[in-house]
Design a protein around this ligand. Structure first.
Ligand code: HEC
Length: 152
């Protein structure tokens, strides 16, 4: 890829990611199982809702997954193509493995451009209104996991 193309790709991506805002206050604790890189315990007591998870995945101010990934969501016109398509992802990974991939994908690949959706510390120069907050709430993460698990 040429430098110019790469720069414009990064600029486009930055614009679409700016729409995302950290809004949920993190509270649930979780344990990463490094034997299969997963988080076994649900972050909440309430089962994830796949219908809500699909909405969170589309929402440009929440998941914004379509900025980078293609998903089987035909009513949305523009899908990203810089990340692996998520069709069939529920067959490739267990819900526990999907949970870690949404909570903090940097544990699998420190250089990934995918945001850590349920991480609220360790950032630099955070704006005050976002300090101590994660992009998604624990329940929104569980809803997304429930949705991704239907993609078989
Ligand atoms: C800024 C771009 C970006 C956004 C936004 C993004 N991802 Fe990703 N995602 C990636 C990339 C790139 C990878 C490939 C893995 C890597 O980089 O290590 C990936 C990998 C994944 C994987 C593993 C796929 C596989 O086949 O191994 C899952 C699951 C996933 N993303 C889910 C999501 C979900 C759900 C959302 C929205 C809540 C999301 N991603 C938002 C860039 C993104």
């Amino acid at each position: 890829m040429t430098t110019v193309r790469r720069a414009s790709l990064i600029a486009t991506l930055a614009c679409s990611l700016l729409a995302m805002t950290a809004s949920a206050t993190q509270s649930a604790k979780f344990t990463v199982d490094k034997s299969d890189y997963s988080i076994k315990e649900s972050l909440t007591d309430q089962a994830g809702d796949p219908v809500k998870g699909r909405e969170v995945a589309i929402d440009r101010k929440k998941g914004n997954c379509l900025a980078c990934h293609t998903l089987p969501i035909p009513e949305q016109p523009f899908h990203g193509r810089i990340a692996p398509p998520l069709m069939g992802v529920g067959a490739r990974y267990s819900p526990a493995q999907l949970r870690l991939r949404v909570v903090n994908p940097k544990m699998l690949n420190p250089n990934t451009i995918m945001p850590s959706y349920y991480k609220s510390d360790g950032f630099h120069r955070t704006m005050k209104k976002f300090a101590g907050k994660s992009i998604l709430s624990a329940q929104e993460v569980e809803d997304i996991i429930a949705y991704l698990s239907t993609l078989k």
